[in-house]
Write a protein that binds this ligand. Structure first.
Ligand code: AMP
Ligand code: MG
Length: 271
């Protein structure tokens, strides 16, 4: 599926109507689900090696942003795509309802603190984009305030990029029908009930408002240095393949090298 993912990457200023983006399609993969799952295991091994190199080189920082409607599969991506990577160099930052201390600061304060260090991959499970999504939909700040945030976010991400952070942003795109199935599964399966909150139903009722807010995010904040990918996400295996492939291709394009050995290492004798 080399390069086939490119059709999911948004160009800067590209107009987005999410209803036109199929959530079920699997056109960049010729095989079926079984082959895809086997291929993902190979990708896991490739990612493990690339991450080792990233960690050894300690030059680049990698930031991966995951956003989705509830049940969109952010946790599943983290589990499946990063299976086997060395936890020393990978970190997940999950952004929940801000604390009182966080609310006392600007909205990017808690975000910047979690940005990756050299050699590190950080996965944002939700992100600063909540400040133009949930915050907008629930009118937690005025329109005048959230409208300015697209420019702040683009400037913030540009700064991170200019200072050596590679940024990839994935919107896991599920359909409203698929969300219904997944929420029902959370209610029916005792091992998933902990994930369910009745608040999720209230959010589901706001589906169209969230969709409009996401369309704005995707149109206004996909940039050359921090592109968005719209990932068809009704099928978990396809979603995982796309994201894993994009991350691997991006890491490969960095031409990373292991640091040079100490001079004279070839003459070292251990007795
Ligand atoms: P979960 O990801 O299911 O653990 O839920 C985290 C909750 O925190 C979601 O309902 C988010 O919308 C909410 N959340 C995250 N960031 C913010 C924010 N900046 N302002 C308000 N709510 C937020
Ligand atoms: Mg939740």
């Amino acid at each position: 599926m080399k390069k086939a993912f490119e059709k999911y990457r948004l160009e800067p200023d590209q107009k987005v109507q999410l209803n036109d983006w199929d959530t079920l399609e699997t056109s960049a993969w010729d095989g079926g689900k079984k082959d895809a799952k086997l291929h993902l295991l190979e990708l896991n091994t490739q990612l493990e090696k690339l991450q080792e190199l990233l960690y050894a080189e300690r030059k680049q920082r990698i930031l991966i942003v995951l956003q989705a409607m509830d049940t969109g599969g952010k946790d599943g991506v983290i589990r499946s795509v990063f299976k086997g990577v060395n936890p020393s160099g990978v970190r997940v930052a999950s952004f929940k309802v801000p604390s009182a201390l966080e609310l006392d600061h600007d909205y990017l304060w808690r975000i910047h603190k979690q940005a990756p260090a050299k050699g590190e991959i950080v996965i944002f499970n939700r992100s600063h984009y909540e400040d133009v999504l949930v915050v907008r939909v629930h009118e937690l700040v005025s329109e005048k305030v959230w409208k300015k945030r697209f420019d702040h976010i683009n400037a913030f991400e540009k700064m991170l990029h200019d200072e050596g952070t590679v940024i990839l942003k994935f919107f896991l795109h599920i359909s409203k029908e698929e969300q219904k199935i997944r929420l029902q599964e959370r209610i029916d399966n005792p091992e998933k009930q902990w994930k369910f909150s009745s608040g999720d139903l209230k959010e589901r009722g706001l589906w169209d408002k969230y969709r409009d807010a996401y369309e704005d995010v995707l149109e206004k904040t996909s940039t050359k240095s921090a592109p968005w990918y719209i990932v068809p996400a009704d099928r978990n295996w396809y979603r995982n393949l796309i994201i894993s492939t994009v991350i691997i291709e991006t890491l490969e394009s960095l031409n990373m090298k292991y640091p040079a050995a100490e001079a004279g290492i070839e003459k070292v004798v251990i007795d």
